[in-house]
Write a protein that binds this ligand. Structure first.
Ligand code: 4NP
Length: 150
């Protein structure tokens, strides 16, 4: 079983989309995909309605996901930890206990644009087009991840 964790700040906009998209591209029997936020403000909440809507538009149902905060034991539970932006990266790395933990963390858009550390922009305070943009970026990156891991 290969285990992949998607991480953003609130775990209600970007990482639940990344979770739903990657899950849809991988066989469930061999892969676990989950998501978490570095902050706990939305713990227990379902994804933002705008993320649910854009996912639904592309045939994915993410309405049952529940936000949770990233925990140190996630370094043990997952093989790959994909972050959305620099702030997520720093927050997750600050919890790493050793080099093995650190080596699991990668910017998700480095799959699409290697070594550039491009962010998936936080769409929370913007309009619906931000969610559409995020969806397309994540879909492209997740296609590459799925091809690589499957
Ligand atoms: P996310 O977006 O990190 O993609 O889930 C955000 C959601 C909520 C907040 C910030 C970003 N917030 O400040 O409440």
């Amino acid at each position: 079983m290969t285990k992949i964790l998607m991480v953003c700040l609130g775990n209600i906009c970007r990482s639940p989309l990344a979770e739903g998209i990657l899950k849809s591209k991988l066989p469930q029997n061999n892969f676990t995909v989950d998501s978490a936020g570095t902050a706990n403000y939305h713990s227990g909440s379902q994804p933002d309605q705008r993320s649910i809507a854009v996912a639904r538009k592309y045939g994915l149902d993410i309405s049952n996901l529940k936000a949770r905060q990233f925990v140190v034991s996630d370094f043990d539970s997952f093989d790959y930890i994909y972050v959305m932006d620099e702030s997520n990266y720093q927050n997750v790395l600050s919890l790493a206990r050793n080099e093995d933990d650190k080596a699991k963390v990668e910017f998700i858009l480095n799959e699409t644009y290697p070594n550039q550390n491009h962010p998936v922009p936080d769409p929370y305070y913007g309009g619906n087009e931000g969610f559409e943009n995020v969806y397309n970026m994540l879909d492209e990156a997740c296609s590459i991840i799925a091809k690589k891991l499957n």
